[in-house]
Design a protein around this ligand. Sequence first.
Ligand code: PEP
Length: 252
Amino acid sequence: MSNIPYIVGNWKMNGARSMLSEARAIDRAAARFPKVQVALAPPATLISAMREAVQDIGVGGQDCHAEVSGAFTGDISAAMLVDAGADFTIVGHSERRAMHGESDAVVRSKAEAAQAAGLSVILCVGETEAQRDTGKAEEVVAKQLKGSLPRGEAAAAQLAVAYEPVWAIGTGRVPSVKDVRTVHKSIRAQLVAAYGEAGSDVRILYGGSVNADNAAKLMAVDEVGGALVGGASLTADGFTAIIGAAGLADEA
Ligand code: PEP
């Protein structure tokens, strides 16, 4: 697995040009931690301006359509994200799966389209609270991966997987270290089964209520290769603390 932690902020449907100052401050902070890979996924309206505003961090989309172009009102293709300056995209976020009815097959087609367009992909998976409570977390995540991992020989090279328990997103609740370790280990086994040796190098991010207080603990868990961060990535102060925690965990 790459030793460099990958810390990604997902701004969701938040942010206007006035927030580019936060992105610039995050960019300056990231430059102080060269052993941490940092990226932001702003709303699509900001990708181009953010790309021009920052130097040291990646800029990406939060979703893309599986087709290259066509009559898909309101959607954005992977090629359009590239054209706007994105270098990666998130796919399969639980909010897309739940609110837009995205199946594993749809998520896979988006991931494959994104990689074909030259983007790297952060593929999100995670169980609901009811699934966790009935002991099905690993089974659910395994099924999501089986159905949505991009196929092809080179797929693993441009891929990160984000384990995001749905019940931890935006709630302030996080799973125990033991539970994070268990799920990440089982994701690793599945990545190796899918991609062979290349599966060992895919970073597995943890996401769900990561903040300045819990980041160091989470980043130190086996097989946690970074974090996908929502709320705490909206301000430079909050996000920089997480980048710093990842940097220190990497040195430890
Ligand atoms: C997310 O939505 O990807 C996320 C992790 O959100 P938060 O950090 O706000 O829980």
